[in-house]
Design a binder for this molecule. Structure first.
Ligand code: BG6
Length: 508
């Protein structure tokens, strides 16, 4: 395979203005000393501060049982932010750190919320955050309703009247519930206390630049839309492989497994963006309406279809990880074939795969076009060299887009090669793409819901996944297969495509 390194020039670019900075606000993180706060949330706040994207004053408060003192809290995040923010600078941290504070407390105890209210009111007075609050629920899902009902009782959050001068919003981490019934219950609880537009159900994949680019690429380029359907596309493959394993998160992972952790949210979001119809406008609810419509078109996987269309596996050695049950049945790998029953996609398989402890980290979408109907070049050996055209949207790492096509190799004989035309973000644009959490925190502070999931779509995604998860967890009718760490996953995932005369795109 040859590779054409093409030159890309940014000829003309349009931005949605440099979006306005949000009002001053206070971000309260439940789980303020946890892994997510350390790796993503505080580094994201620091980066936003560094780029001048947060209007001062703003403040961040971590709530955690382990928060012993403000000093210790700042030190903890100094250490992790210097590790996880590539732009770390001591001088900027020195100016940022005074915005960080913490409170030690048990989220189950009512008296904690009285103390929290006092502290929040003090911050509002001292720093002028004006009653604008984001409550970030970075805790196990079962605690969400507990925290919310205490916050409501303490008067810290309430249904927002349109005339209200300040705003309060919540961000809820995924997975949102663990099945359809629990997601419905959670939605119901939330909507008793809040308006839908105060609820930001986060899926950080939607904050990734390359994921946001899916819609821009589809609807900003007129050459692809006529091809974007069953007449020209043979199959779509969505891959999210990770080289890391569970990284000490056994208690979370044993409860979730790959279907709840990645497939129900990240992969179905990507699938919707790749295949949804054009929204009427680029406004949040128009886009969310189309995503919902697409999710409603997924062919239900029931009965024998689950066995025929699903593979799930576990990496060898998972059961020996700390805090994992020695006979754990939790899947760390999944591959699925999903069909979309609508006019545009009838008959086009969407293959999804995701897993941990694999050979490399790669998330990408491969749109494989139909093979040529007839080979003009006569000779069998020449014709066999022709691969179908493939458009790859590389979500991460090496973010970019490539298009594979067939080309004559120079020479006096007819020799054919497949070449890739590559666009790489790093070479094409000179700015640092913001981290997903930066964009999402900023959007929440601005009240922009476009990149967050709506109640109906979340429930629909669970409705689709529930039968599959049940077939695995309740009286498993599908065998769990095992795969080597550092491999590309179980062989059975290949058979899923071979049965259709397809194969996974080679990861390059
Ligand atoms: C999270 C999952 O949502 O996404 C993790 O809980 C996973 O298990 C992570 O490792 C992957 O995110 P990213 O941004 O590194 O692809």
């Amino acid at each position: 395979m040859l590779e054409l390194e093409t030159m890309f020039h940014l000829h003309k670019s349009a931005q949605d203005g440099d979006l306005e900075r949000p009002d001053p606000f206070l971000l309260i993180i439940f789980g303020g000393t946890g892994d997510l706060a350390k790796r993503k949330l505080i580094p994201a706040c620091y980066n936003l501060f560094r780029e001048g994207l947060l209007k001062e004053p703003f403040a961040v408060m971590g709530v955690s049982r382990r928060a012993s003192s403000v000093e210790a809290f700042r030190d903890l995040h100094h250490e992790s932010t210097s590790k996880f923010s590539p732009l770390f600078d001591e001088e900027i941290w020195r100016r940022f750190a005074p915005s960080l504070t913490c409170m030690s407390g048990d989220v189950y105890k009512e008296e904690m919320y009285d103390a929290l209210r006092k502290q929040i009111e003090e911050i509002d007075r001292e720093r002028g955050t004006n009653g604008n609050r984001i409550f970030y629920f970075s805790t196990p899902p079962k605690v969400f309703p507990v925290i919310l009902s205490h916050l409501t009782k303490a008067g810290l959050i309430q249904k927002q009247a349109p005339s209200s001068k300040s705003w309060q919003r919540i961000i809820i981490e995924k997975p949102f519930g663990r099945d359809l019934a629990s997601a419905r219950r959670l939605n119901q609880t939330l909507l008793e206390m809040l308006e839908e537009d105060q609820i930001f159900r986060i899926d950080h994949y939607l904050g990734k630049e390359t994921v946001q680019n899916i819609l821009v690429f589809r609807f900003g380029n007129s050459i692809f839309e006529p091809l974007w359907n069953r007449k020209f596309i043979d199959c779509v493959q969505i891959t999210a492989l990770e080289d890391i394993s569970i990284e000490g998160r056994a208690s979370f992972y044993e409860e979730t497994g790959v279907f709840r952790d990645i497939v129900q949210n990240h992969l179905l979001e990507i699938l919707s963006l790749c295949s949804m119809e054009m929204p009427v406008t680029f406004q949040a609810n128009d886009i969310r309406d189309q995503k919902l419509q697409l999710l409603r078109s997924l062919r239900p996987l029931l009965g024998s279809a689950i066995q025929n269309h699903t593979v799930y596996g576990q990496y060898k050695g998972y059961r020996e990880e700390a805090d994992v049950s020695p006979d754990s049945h939790t899947p760390t790998y999944a591959a699925m074939k999903v069909m979309v029953d609508n006019w545009r996609w009838q008959g086009v398989p969407f293959y999804l795969r995701a897993g941990k402890a694999l050979q490399r980290r790669v998330t990408e979408i491969a749109i494989q076009f139909n093979p040529i109907p007839f080979c003009l070049f006569g000779r069998e050996d020449v014709c066999q060299m022709i691969d179908p055209n493939v458009l790859i949207m590389r979500i991460q790492p090496d973010e970019g887009i490539s298009l594979r096509f067939v080309c004559k190799e120079p020479g006096d004989r007819l020799k054919i090669g497949n070449v890739d035309m590559n666009f790489k973000y790093a070479a094409g644009f000179e700015r640092r793409p913001p981290e997903a959490y930066e964009r999402l925190l900023l959007d929440c502070a601005r009240g922009d819901l476009t990149l967050f999931a709506r109640k109906d779509a979340i429930e629909r995604a669970w409705e689709f996944m529930d039968p599959v998860i049940q077939a695995i967890e309740v009286e498993p009718s599908l065998p769990l297969v095992f795969y080597e760490k550092g491999s590309l996953g179980p062989e059975e995932a290949n058979s899923l495509l071979v049965r259709d005369g397809n194969r996974w795109q080679e990861i390059r």
